[in-house]
Design a binder for this molecule. Structure first.
Ligand SMILES: [Zn+2]
Length: 279
């Protein structure tokens, strides 16, 4: 796997150039989030893939694009409706359109407003807890996570903070044919959610997977009261991964965790087989 870690300062993520003009923002282990996102320069368009849960991380994505290209991004993709991948939407100018599917839009309306309300209602108490942790001997979170959480609650309780909904809705795959690069936005239904978008670069052999892939999926995620694995249809997700592992792809950018290869895709398939597929 060929990639270069860039010298970009962020309290939220490390920035990697994984091919010329294709970047992955991988959350730092002590940041309080594990979301992976990224952006790509197609020549005439710069496109953001997912905007993180921490608005501060979205701000850093905006700054990374500005540092590298001296301009704003052209589009945003919301891979699916989970808040941890899109609360950062609102940091981007309203003139930057967001692409998702109609199902994702409806689910954001159904679910994410409630999440935001929950964050806002619990903010005062959570901020108090975080401030106490800063003075505690053995805080349960890292200092950086506590600072990131404090910044998060400041953002979401700002009266101007609102969830930004997708603008362009696609029902079918979409190929964006840039002047330098081509990306295929491919829709996958009934995998992680009822509707997920992946961003596939056939020439560069890269695929941004969203939450169809978790880099660290092991037995600790096994189905249980506290099990973390989240998929609306594991057998269908298995089929999706099986089709994607066969493609000529070298780097898979997961929705959570580090840059991945076919090894992690196989690990996800083995996990689903073990816990969800009948022999
Ligand atoms: Zn998700």
């Amino acid at each position: 796997m060929n990639y270069k870690k860039l010298d970009f300062e962020s309290n939220y993520f490390d920035l990697f150039e994984i091919s010329d003009g294709i970047y992955a923002a991988i959350s730092k282990k002590d940041s309080g989030s594990s979301v992976s996102s990224g952006f790509f320069d197609l020549g005439n368009y710069i496109i953001i893939f997912d905007t993180h849960i921490y608005p501060g991380a979205a701000r850093d994505l905006i700054n990374a694009v500005k540092d590298l290209y001296g301009k704003d991004s052209s589009f945003i993709i919301n891979s699916h409706f989970h808040s941890d991948h899109l609360l950062g939407n609102c940091l981007f100018p309203e003139s930057t359109p967001i692409i998702s599917t109609p199902i994702t839009l409806n689910k954001i309306k159904e679910v994410c407003y409630d999440h935001l309300k929950h964050f806002q209602e619990t903010a005062e108490e959570e901020v108090k807890k975080r401030n106490e942790m800063l003075n505690a001997d053995n805080p349960p979170f890292s200092k950086q996570e506590i600072y990131n959480d404090l910044e998060f609650y400041k953002y979401v309780t700002d009266p101007n903070f609102k969830i930004r909904l997708p603008d362009f809705l696609i029902n079918n795959d979409l190929i964006i044919n840039g002047t330098e690069k081509t990306v295929h936005l491919i829709l996958k239904s009934s995998g992680h959610t009822d509707s997920d978008i992946i961003a596939y670069f056939p020439n560069e052999k890269i695929c941004f997977m969203g939450d169809l892939l978790f880099a660290d999926l092991d037995d600790s995620w096994a189905p249980s009261e506290t099990g973390r694995f989240n998929a609306v249809n594991p057998p269908k997700l298995y089929e999706i991964l099986e089709s994607l592992i066969k493609k000529d792809i070298e780097i898979y950018v997961p929705g959570h965790g580090d840059l991945s290869t076919k090894n992690e895709v196989q690990m996800n398939m083995d996990f689903i087989k073990k816990y969800y597929l009948k022999e």
